[in-house]
Structure formats: C-alpha cells, structure tokens
Design a protein around this ligand. Sequence first.
Ligand SMILES: Cc1ncc(COP(=O)(O)O)c(C=O)c1O
Length: 445
Amino acid sequence: MKSSAEFKQLYAAKTPASRKLSERARQTLPAGVVANVKYFAPYPLFMQRAVGSHLWDVDGNEYIDYCLAFGPLILGHGHPAVVRAVAESLATWGTTIFGTPNELEIQYAEKLMSMLPITGKVRLTNSGSEATYLALQLGRAATGKPAIARFEGHYHGWYYEGVLSNTPRAADYGDPDRPTSVAGSRGTPAYILENTLVLPFNDLDACSKLLTANRDRVGTVIVEPSPRAFYQTDPAFLEGLRALTRELGMVLIFDEVMSGFRSGPQGAAGIFGVEPDLMVLGKIIGGGFPVGAVAGREDLLDLTSPLSSGGSVFHSGTFNGAVQVLAAGLATLDILSDESQMRPFYEATEAFKAGIRHLLTAHHIPGHVAGLGANFGVIMSETPIRNYRDLARENGAMREAFDFACLTEGIYVHPHKPFYTSLAHSAQDYEATLRKLDQIFAAIS
Ligand SMILES: Cc1ncc(COP(=O)(O)O)c(C=O)c1O
C-alpha cells in the first residue's frame, strides 16, 4: 500500500513551478491565495490554461478537471456559446455595466424563474454568500425574529453572521458530550452565536424538539437540501422539515448554490418535490461569472422593494446584474433547459459514478460515491454517511493518498472536495479516468 507521503513526494517532483509561484504569492497574498478554498498543503497547483474539460498547470502537466472551479463550469471551460454571448454582449450593449435597469435583467429573471420549481420573484447578487445573506435578512424581516437555524457542516458562505457557527452549543442539546466551541471563524461576536441554532441533518425528531423549543426566537431555517455531495438526503426528512417549519411559522430557505442545476434540472427542490419559501442560487447560473440569486415567495422578495409599505429590507450592489454575467448566464441557462443535451450528460455522469463504485468494490475499499447528479463525493468510510458527524469517521489517511494520487495521475480534484462533471467531459475522459482510478485504488488499498 502506497502512503500519502509517497504521493506527495511525487507531487512535489512534478510541480516545482507551482511551488515557486506559491512561495512568491505568499509574499503579498496570505497563504498565497485570494480565497481560502483555493489553498491546500503543501501548496496548491497554479494553472495556466484550460480547454473544455482539461487544465494545464505551469509545469506543463495536463489534468482532466473534476473541480470546475468548485462547480460553476457545468459547460466546461470556454464553452463556445458562452464565449460568443460574452463577446456579442460587449458589441451589442457597448458596456460591462449600465448602473441603470436594462432589458437583459428582465430576460434573465424571466428565464431563470421559468426553470425553477418555485414561483415568485428573484433578486440578483454577485456571489452565493451575498445571496444567502440576503435570504436570511428576508427571513428575519418577515418573522421579526432575530435568530436563525442552520445545519451542522453545511456551508452557506464565508461571512460570520451565523453561517459559520458550525458546532452546536451544548446548551441547545442538553448534551455534555457536545463540544461547546462554536465559532467557525475568529472574531465572531457572541451575539451572533447566541442567535444561531445548529441542527443535525437527517434527524427530524431532534429538529422538531430544537425548533419547537426555540420558536420564540428562531424565525428562519437555512439548509442545503442536498448537502456537500458527501451524504444522501432522506426525502422524508426534507418533507418533514418543510411541514415543521410551516407549522411553526418559520421561513425555510433552500441553499442550492451548489445543488441548483447540478443535482438535476430543477435542483434538489425539484428532485425531492419539496417547495421552500426561498431558494438561493449561484455558481452555475452566471456561466462562469460572479453571481448569486434569491428566488421565491413574492411577499418575501417584495420586502426588498423601495416601494414596500412599512419600509424595505435594504439590498443593493453596484455590480448586481452586470451585462456579461447575465449574457453568460443566459447562454448557460439556454443549454441547461435543453433536455436533449442535459439528459445524456446526467446519464454519462451516473455511468461514471457507477464505474467508480464498481472499482471501489473490486479493490475491496470500504467507500461510497454519494451525492445527487453531477456533484458527488468519493468517501472512504465503512459506515453509511447521513450527516456531518458521520463524515468525520472517514479514513483520512486513505483519502489523502487518494487525493494526491489523483493529482499526480492527471485527475484534478481539490483535496477533500467532491467531484464535479461538465458537458465538456467526453466518453474518452471518463474511460481514461476510470483506468487511472483502477491503478490508484490498487496502489492505495
Ligand atoms: C451551498 C453553498 N452556499 C453558498 C456558497 C457561497 O457561494 P460563493 O462562494 O459564491 O460566495 C457556496 C460556495 O461554495 C455553497 O456551496
């Protein structure tokens, strides 16, 4: 069995130019990165070219890309329809941003809403983080209650307003074994933690008890309905959560920044047939440009309106609705709404996942391929994964060896992160990847 240390040595031997750039970057950028998610030890790869499903790093190594910028690039890098739409938008509109309303915004909103399994209105932002922030504000404003509930291990953005308080408070559970440290980020004020209730996923009884006990202060519940591509959602749990929040008069937010259009054509809400009050989107809907959106109940969205009687929830943004974002997004949405292109894509991804499952079994590796649609995790664990705590039991050493073996074999996955696929991935890409995974599983088992 080859260890992660051996694969890391190989990684270092193949990527000296990345190491050098990382050392240089650290002089001006903390850890040499502009976003924490881009970092991994000992240093991340520096890419310099991308075509479709392939990447090349600064040492000239070629990779099949299964990260796709953490999800947005469902059409692959530089899809011709997106490139054309962006170039044409500059010629047609003559600018990158008007700072006034324009018709493209209406076209985009109409198209997006026509594709979602919910009705109502939509607001645009520049990122998923901004969009979840707005959705939480709407929940607080509508219910008048200061606290939010979120699920342990789910991710909703980088800001600390409750969304980074990951670990439940022992006091909430009455359980002395639960750790009491709660902040996911330094500098989080105590009032934020006091106004954040952390729930266990896939456990309706516990959610019912906790939400009922806190109904006077909690008005908003945010959840990833298909979380992190690392574990499966129990459909009855999601239905139960919907019924429970409705009964308690709480606003239910589905954060589909990751799962929207990746789980399936209508996101997890469509797959499970459960309608949230608000649906948050991002990543894919900008066609590779920065974007976020909050869609759903008209009465909630209309709280942002400056015309709102009783005062509005203030929401703004210089770059909201920038022309190229909308043009690239519309070109992407057009393809996403074309079933003749999407069905074969989802089918090819399922076949690829089945191929990985088959290899895990063949090599007697205790593991799962979890997650809906075109975003899935390969988890090295004997036990079924139902929530974040189960995930902590993963065989970390084997997973690390797997990650670095993939990188040295030309399969680009960001360590500890899931796989993403795109329409640009060809049958040859999947075949080549499965051949390499066969060797990798043989080496690490
Ligand atoms: C489920 C979920 N919500 C919110 C976000 C934050 O989005 P952004 O990185 O665009 O701010 C992410 C990012 O990965 C996400 O996966």
